[in-house]
Design a protein. Sequence first.
Length: 327
Amino acid sequence: MIVLGIESTAHTFGVGIINGKGDVLSSNRDMYKPKLGEGFTPFDLAEHHYNGCLKTLKSALSGSELKLRDIDVIAFSQGMGIPNSLKVGAVLARYLALKFNKPLVGVNHGIAHIEIGKFKTCAKDPVIVYLSGGNSQILAYIDSRYRIFGETLDIPIGNAFDVLAREMDLQMPGGPEIEKSANGGKFVELPYVVKGMDMSFTGIMTAAMEKFRDGVDKKTVSYSMQETCFSMLVEVTERALAHTNKKEVLLVGGVAANKRLQEMMSIMCRDRKAEFYVVPMEFSGDNPVMIAYTGFLAFTSGQKLKISDSSVRQNWRTDEVEISWII
Ligand code: ATP
Ligand code: FE2
């Protein structure tokens, strides 16, 4: 079986093709990068995706040496995400499904981050730490769903890093730049906000920005931001392990690439005698392979989307998804 996956929830437009063993036959990504110091509007993203989507599709096909008629299933990211971006992928997916008479599958972007992490690391039943530009959630699979045990009460951690980075004139995406800049920094106290199992990142981000404006150097601000946010995440993850009695932790999403976060989580796991896994960096940020792979899981467990049900789902939460492929 050959599955073509389309990713288009936010900054990245991507097309990937996999076979039924999960081998990547090709993967093409085109990421929108705003100019230094600037953000972007949903309109900018949609323009970028519309202009480049056919080129990305063609490169993915030629990279796999396949034609559209060779594809068995079309999977696309249906939500959650930025509606303007999501619609580009949805329109292309619907067109391909109709024109070439192929089954269509709608994939939840967050679930795709989780499933590619499980597949690539062989984690079986982990507590999942999903940290990205749009989400910060601690989840675990129980009874047909990935249940959310803790999450951000306001902005996601990746977003907090990106905004702080922009304030300090660092390149976008800001997370990797904060990580580099943290090297050699000292610790200054920032608000530490854990409420029950939930976390808040807005106050920390604002306080870090104030420290920078007051003359604290970039290294120290970056280091303190990382240490504070990551300590909160480790605390909640440890409690989720205790609540669920699970024996594995899996880190996924764009922020999973951060080496200091990986180090802090791995120390906690070692102390609790839990296995620690991280999604490989190639698959941590948004990529179309995770959509193709989750589309494969959904399709082979009986899911198929009617065109009339294929509208984008901007607020489609991870815990609303029926997980039909875990028995
Ligand atoms: P979502 O998955 O919630 O829709 P997204 O798709 O925008 O969000 P991803 O591509 O999964 O997010 O992750 C991008 C985020 O990861 C950005 O905020 C980026 O700054 C952050 N990030 C990437 N690498 C690192 C790193 N090394 N350290 C910290 N943050 C990082
Ligand atoms: Fe993502």
